[in-house]
Design a protein around this ligand. Structure first.
Ligand SMILES: [Zn+2]
Length: 279
């Protein structure tokens, strides 16, 4: 086989976004199980009667067949079938806003053909859990942690991210407790210094030299540790307080923004939806 050989590939994927291309075609950016993030052109998909147009929609889980060529960044989609549209998400404005954010986050942080099947599997299972969960917020925090972890930006909670000095594990385990089948976290004033640039805890000697840092309560660090590698069932059991959720959101936001280097469009929509919901 020559180096420019075209191959026919089958995979599953989550459609992250689509846009029109020419009068008749659509381009879709898809996070796939086998090839990470890829871009495909769906010829004829702008025709409303085309089967493709209903399938290749942002947020859909699809199986697809496409022609892959080395050194190319746009592949031709040959067939697509719908596996799941997550309809529960589309009928709930808050979940819909969160979902648009998840899709834009993955699209913005992964490069062409970056990402692996392991992350794909956890993304899909978190989206499934998110679509039916009463606590969409914590599922989204779990996606953020999974994204950072998949990209290697995360999350050093056992030793100083700068010098490697060990952080006593009892500080994290002691911050969590079980109550009524849920995992809760003690409110106290003890904080770590957290580097959102490096994605981890700093010891007292290293903290002053790091500009991109914030205080992070032991509860918040323990919640991050619990989200890291947690399956959707374990995420559902987490029950941080209102204040702890706000802190967790803030620390992860700062960490993600550090790597994004731009504002996400979906975030302003999400913020409007969430503000409208508050009592
Ligand atoms: Zn240190």
């Amino acid at each position: 086989m020559g180096i420019n050989a075209m191959s026919i590939e089958h995979t599953e994927g989550i459609v992250l976004k689509t846009y029109d291309y020419s009068d008749t075609s659509k381009i879709a950016v898809v996070f796939t199980k086998r090839f990470g993030k890829v871009k495909v052109i769906a010829k004829g998909a702008r025709n409303q009667r085309s089967k493709m147009s209903a399938i290749v929609e942002p947020g859909s889980l699809v199986k697809m067949v496409f022609y892959m060529k080395p050194e190319r960044e746009l592949f031709q989609l040959s067939e697509a079938g719908l596996l799941d549209q997550f309809t529960a998400v589309r009928s709930d404005i808050e979940k819909f806003a969160y979902y648009m954010y998840i899709l834009e986050l993955v699209d913005s942080l992964f490069e062409h053909e970056e990402g692996d099947g392991c992350f794909f599997e956890s993304l899909v299972s978190l989206i499934r859990a998110f679509s039916v969960s009463a606590d969409a917020e914590m599922c989204v925090r779990a996606v953020e942690v999974a994204v950072l972890h998949a990209l290697g930006h995360m999350l050093e909670l056992t030793k100083c991210v700068e010098c490697g000095r060990e952080i006593p594990s009892a500080l994290l385990t002691g911050a969590a407790y079980h109550a009524g089948g849920r995992v809760r976290f003690h409110e106290n004033r003890k904080v770590f210094n957290y580097s959102f640039g490096h994605g981890g805890i700093l010891c007292r000697s290293c903290a002053p030299a790091e500009r991109n840092r914030a205080h992070c309560s032991h509860a918040c660090a323990a919640a991050m540790a619990a989200l890291l590698g947690a399956d959707p069932g374990a995420v559902a059991a987490l029950d941080p307080s209102f204040r702890q959720r706000a802190e967790l959101k803030n620390i992860l936001r700062k960490t993600l923004d550090f790597h994004l280097g731009k504002a996400l469009k979906s975030l302003s929509f999400l913020d409007q939806v969430l503000v409208g919901r508050k009592p």
